[in-house]
Design a protein around this ligand. Structure first.
Ligand code: ZN
Length: 424
């Protein structure tokens, strides 16, 4: 545990959620536009200190745990805690809202409860998980993984683009990767609620305020190497070429056709490099990624088989050798039905227009939700845009989401209510 930097005097929240978010967004302003606060960076810890001061002002006990999660605890009532929150790290040149809204909205929800004199029946924690995005070390969901007991020290030797290992980056921030097991505190939680921007176009298209999330997609990530033969682009007859890029292109298109033929899966080839990369040389090597997602375990399994079959088949037809490695695997998660009901009641109580919907993006909730009852609240994303400075949700929609979160907390944490039957 690391004491948080800053003056510890506390600092008040702005009047509105949108104002607090824009104040926070001043930390990590990127010269290329947007906000850059990648895992273990100085800017991320500056954001922790800034949010930590506001947590102090709300009367929370503030700490950064062994895995770099920022935790503010309202130690009240008895039994296991209800946690709310999301993450403060961003992708490079990201927006103000992805992750940050879940943390800032959580603080404003606590502030609402405080202001009305509400006393929770059990402890209430606000958490900002470390490295949700995984953008620096390819270690997405790092903090929630450690919090739920995952062995994140296995990632110690991963390097960022500057060649810094995760171990060194953590050491620079005062953390020891070999101590991250101390961050396991899932046993102290009764439930988790994460609020987030939708990052998709559905709510806006249907003119709705709130998404009550029912499930989070499963995903598989792959790294593929196709080996052909580099040769002269002019003298090698077309039928004799072993063109690795042509093979990669056929695989990308075949995956796209498969995903387009159904409504429940997505497929993406997002990164590709070829060698030797000469304009007049047949590509001898193609190195690319595949990301496939689906909402049900059966569909994820079907996708995995399709990926493996397609890579093998096209490599064979193009006379290429191939390596296919799984880099990431997360099963889909059905969120807790009692939590879904509680969020729905909260949306009704606040007069929000809402719908149930799945999440197509991964979130910390998908790890925490494997251990304790977990729910998610979405607010609309204008144009469905995220991971961009263009992220936008109206101030009124941010306030409404926050009020729905507060209403759900009143429901889960009321004294003498039936919350204890809902939460073990
Ligand atoms: Zn996020």
């Amino acid at each position: 545990m690391v004491a948080i930097t800053g003056d510890h005097r506390g600092a008040p929240l702005a009047d509105s959620v949108a104002e607090t978010l824009s104040e926070l967004a001043a930390i990590g302003q990127s010269p290329r536009g947007g906000v850059t606060r990648v895992a273990w960076s100085d800017d991320l810890f500056r954001a922790y200190a800034w949010i930590g001061e506001r947590m102090h002002e709300l009367g929370l006990d503030v700490e950064i745990d062994a895995a770099g999660n920022l935790v503010g605890r309202w130690n009240v009532g008895s039994g296991k805690a209800v946690a709310i929150g999301s993450h403060l790290d961003t992708v490079p040149s990201g927006g103000q809202l992805d992750g940050a809204f879940g943390v800032v909205g959580a603080l404003h929800a606590v502030s609402l409860l405080r202001a009305e004199g509400f006393t929770p029946s059990r402890p209430l924690w606000v958490i900002a998980f470390m490295d949700e995005e995984g953008t620096r070390f390819n270690t997405a969901l790092f903090g929630s993984h450690a919090f739920t007991g995952g062995a994140v020290s296995d990632f110690a030797d991963r390097v960022d683009t500057a060649g810094t290992t995760l171990r060194d980056a953590m050491a620079r921030a005062g953390h020891d990767v070999d101590c991250t097991r101390d961050a396991k505190r899932i046993d102290q939680l009764a439930a988790f609620l994460e609020m987030h921007i939708e990052q998709g176009p559905l709510l806006e298209a249907e003119d709705l305020d709130i998404g009550v999330v029912t499930s989070i997609v499963g995903l598989r990530g792959y790294r593929v190497h196709l080996h052909g033969e580099a040769n002269h682009a002019g003298t090698t007859p077309m039928r004799l070429r072993r063109d690795a890029l042509a093979g990669a292109a056929r695989i990308a298109l075949q995956l796209r056709e498969f995903a387009r033929s159904r409504s429940d899966v997505t497929a993406n080839v997002g990164k590709i490099a070829v060698e030797p990369a000469g304009a007049n040389v047949v590509p001898g090597l193609a190195d690319f990624t595949i990301d496939v997602r689906a909402a049900s375990p059966a569909a994820v399994e079907e996708l995995a088989q399709f990926v493996e079959g397609t890579v093998a088949e096209i490599a064979g037809e193009e006379q290429l050798e191939f390596d296919l490695a799984t880099t990431f695997s997360l099963d889909p998660l059905e969120l807790d039905s009692d939590m879904v009901d509680a969020i729905e009641r909260a949306a009704v109580a606040e007069g929000a227009r809402w719908r149930r919907m799945p999440s197509g993006a991964g979130h910390d909730a998908m790890l925490v939700g494997r251990h304790v009852p977990t729910g998610m609240i979405f607010v609309p994303s204008r144009g469905g845009i995220s991971h961009s400075p263009e992220e936008y949700t109206s101030p009124a929609q941010l306030e409404l989401g926050t009020r729905v979160l507060a209403a759900a907390l009143r429901d889960l944490l009321r004294q003498g209510g039936d919350a204890c039957t809902l939460l073990e």
